[in-house]
Structure formats: structure tokens, C-alpha cells
Design a protein. Structure first.
Length: 167
């Protein structure tokens, strides 16, 4: 009988066919790696974003604390200044000693130096804060204490809250 004839290029056709299958799996792996790489970059960006937010919050809260410290020093200074004024007039009457007045004056100077230090530290924090956020610097910015309201639903997700409610 007549046997079918195999073309001479058949082995090349098989080789090309097998290469095509192999290339298909390589491109599938490549796509998988690209997806994983993109997911990894996304996680990395989210992590950097969380770190940046954390740093901004830390700087902001530190600046708020310095504002509060400045208020406390200012109130203490005003109180001491009033006492010093009374002591100065009492000194003229001979009721108070000079050393007491000098001691109060020294304490007043110390409070003034503390106030300057607090102001400089606050300015440094505000500069860092603006630099992190990429905004134009305003050293006299009024920082307000944020009001944080947590939605009721966020507590419902905690297992101990769900347990208490079920009881």
C-alpha cells in the first residue's frame, strides 16, 4: 500500500509547536510575577503611606503638646509676675528680703528661657510637618485639637463587644 508521506519540515513544525506551548507558560509565569510585583509595590506604598501618616500625627500631636506647655508656662509666668510685683512693693516697706525678690526674678528669667525654648521646638516641629506634607510653611499656624468620633459600628467588630451584647 501507499503509506502517507510525512513532509520533511514536520519535525520543525513539532519543535515550533512545542516552543509555542513552552513560551505560553513562561508568559503566564511572567504575568503572575508582574501581578505579584504590582501587589508588592501596592503593599509597599500602603506601608509608606501609613508610616507617613503616623509621622504627621506624631509631629502634630507633639506640636499640640508644646502649645499646651507654652500656655502653662505663660500662666505660671503671669502668676509669678504678679507675686513679684507684690514682693517688690513689700520690699520697699521692708516686709520682704531682697534675696526673695531676686529669687523670683531669677525664676521669671528661667520661665522666659523655657518659653523661648518651647517656641523654637514648636517651630521645628511645624517646619518638619509642613516639609512632610509638601506645603508652604506658616510658623504662626494655629493648630487645633482634632475631634475624633468613632462610629458605633467599629466597636461591633470587636469579639469581646459582641460577646457582651449577646449576654
Amino acid at each position: 500500500g501507499n503509506s502517507p508521506e510525512v513532509p520533511l519540515d514536520f519535525h520543525r513544525l513539532l519543535l515550533n509547536f512545542s516552543q509555542t506551548i513552552y513560551d505560553g507558560s513562561v508568559s503566564a509565569h511572567r504575568k503572575s510575577i508582574e501581578k505579584q510585583s504590582a501587589a508588592s509595590r501596592k503593599i509597599q506604598l500602603e506601608s509608606q503611606s501609613i508610616a507617613l501618616r503616623s509621622e504627621v500625627v506624631k509631629l502634630y500631636m507633639s506640636a499640640l503638646l508644646l502649645n499646651r506647655q507654652s500656655d502653662i508656662v505663660k500662666a505660671g509666668r503671669e502668676s509669678l509676675k504678679a507675686q513679684l510685683d507684690k514682693a517688690a512693693s513689700a520690699l520697699e516697706e521692708g516686709v520682704v528680703q531682697v534675696s526673695d525678690v531676686r529669687s523670683m526674678e531669677a525664676e521669671l528669667l528661667s520661665m522666659d528661657m523655657t518659653q523661648v525654648e518651647v517656641r523654637k521646638n514648636r517651630e521645628l516641629l511645624v517646619l518638619q510637618l509642613y516639609e512632610l506634607m509638601g506645603l508652604e510653611v506658616d510658623l504662626d499656624v494655629q493648630l487645633e485639637v482634632p475631634v475624633v468620633e468613632l462610629p458605633e459600628a467599629s466597636f461591633d467588630r470587636r469579639p469581646e463587644i459582641r460577646l457582651m451584647r449577646s449576654q
